[in-house]
Structures are given as C-alpha cells and as structure tokens.
Design a protein around this ligand. Structure first.
Ligand SMILES: CC(C)(COP(=O)(O)OP(=O)(O)OC[C@H]1O[C@@H](n2cnc3c(N)ncnc32)[C@H](O)[C@@H]1OP(=O)(O)O)[C@@H](O)C(=O)NCCC(=O)NCCS
Length: 189
C-alpha cells in the first residue's frame, strides 16, 4: 500500500542557493513566497510591482547571490533568506531605502542585513531559524561583525528574531511607519 506523504513530512534542507540542487520553477516559487509574505499586496501598475520585487528581493539575487539561502522540501521551495554583507548605510546601493539613513550610526556594528520568509504551512517548524543560523555561521566565517534587520515595531515576527539572538537596537519612524532595527553581534560565541 502506498503511504501518503505531505510536503510538510519531508524535512526541508537549508543551503546556499548556489550549492542547492536545481529547483524546478525556482523563480515562480520564489515570487509566490515573496508576494504572499509581503505586507504590500496591491500595486498601481506592473512597473510598480516589478520595482517592489527588485527593491526587496531581485537586487539580492543579482548582487548578493552568495548570500542567498533556500529551504527546500522535496521539489518545493519553502523558504528563503536574502542577505547582504556590505554596510547598507555606506555602500550607496541602498540609497532608495530611507530607513538606512536613520540607522547609519548603528549599521557599522551590524553591517550585514537580511530578509527572510517561509511558506505558510511550514512556519513555526524551525525553518526560519535554520536559515538564520546558516547565514550567521557563514557571516562568522567571513569575519563580519554583526547582522541586522528592520521590521515593523509591532510585528508578529519580533519574538522570532529575539529567540534567534537579535536585540532591539533603535526605533525608527519614517513618515507614518514605525519600525525597529534589531541587531545580533557576531564577534562573541
Ligand atoms: C518570521 C518567519 C520567517 C519565521 O520563520 P519560521 O520557520 O516560522 O520560524 P521558526 O519556526 O524558527 O520560529 C517560529 C516563530 O516565528 C514567528 N512566526 C510564526 N509564524 C509567523 C507569521 N505568520 N508571521 C510572523 N511571525 C511568525 C513566531 O514568533 C514563531 O514562534 P512560535 O512558533 O512559538 O509562535 C516566518 O514565520 C514568516 O515568513 N513569517 C511571515 C513573513 C515575515 O514576517 N517575514 C519576516 C519579515 S522581517
């Protein structure tokens, strides 16, 4: 008798995208995760949608592909982490993101940054934490001092970052939006 196996029953593997076996329909699966996880759901035009994707995802694939990680279960992409290691307040290539100016005094201590998303149905199973740990382990090997991220000040994901070793660094107010920078130093244990 054939045993039924759900995707969730296959423990996801976590790897650098460059080291992962080829993933069928990778771009489509990645876009599905990105757009379903993003708080912004509607766009005035296709151009605006494309710009949004490039801003928060595409540029990391283009310029930081060594720091792009995937979680894969069977043939399914179930999560990703997009990372970058150069100080975003200094490098010039993130000038379009206003909040980096607000935290330019703090990013020197935490130069790397990340965006992480996991497919609904695979959340709360440790996949996001494993993506973070793999990134952090590679950052340590590369001698990077620290890593940060910016999220909503009241976001449901804050406990996830706290349990993964991040601490609140600075509250940011950009227009009407209230965000918070969380950082994890990497030079100690
Ligand atoms: C935040 C997220 C990446 C964590 O990945 P994960 O695989 O669920 O993480 P873990 O299993 O290691 O940790 C689980 C914790 O993540 C948080 N979490 C779970 N589901 C979440 C959701 N839908 N939204 C926000 N945070 C969530 C909770 O703190 C949870 O702890 P709990 O299980 O005790 O309630 C993932 O839940 C997700 O993609 N959420 C929606 C999008 C998001 O918030 N991305 C981060 C943008 S800064």
């Amino acid at each position: 008798m054939n045993e039924e196996r759900t995707d969730a029953a296959v423990a996801p593997t976590v790897a650098r995208l460059a080291e992962s076996p080829e993933i069928a329909d990778f771009s489509k699966q990645l876009d599905d995760i990105f757009f379903t996880s993003s708080a912004t759901k509607s766009f005035a035009s296709d151009d605006e949608r494309r710009a949004f994707r490039w801003r928060w995802l595409g540029r990391y694939l283009d310029a930081d592909s060594d720091w792009f990680y995937v979680a894969v279960s069977g043939n399914r992409l179930v999560g990703y982490l997009a990372g970058a290691i150069d100080d975003p307040a200094q490098s010039g290539r993130f000038k379009d993101i206003a909040y980096f100016t607000e935290i330019s005094a703090e990013t020197g201590k935490y130069p790397a940054h990340l965006h992480v998303n996991v497919v609904e149905g695979f959340r709360s199973g440790g996949v996001g934490s494993r993506l973070i740990e793999r990134f952090v382990s590679d950052l340590r090997a590369a001698n990077i001092r620290g890593v940060h991220l910016v999220t909503g000040r009241h976001s449901r994901n804050i406990p996830f970052y706290l349990k993964n070793g991040f601490v609140p660094v600075k509250n940011i107010t950009c227009g009407a939006s209230e965000s918070i920078m969380l950082g994890r130093p990497l030079n100690r244990g």
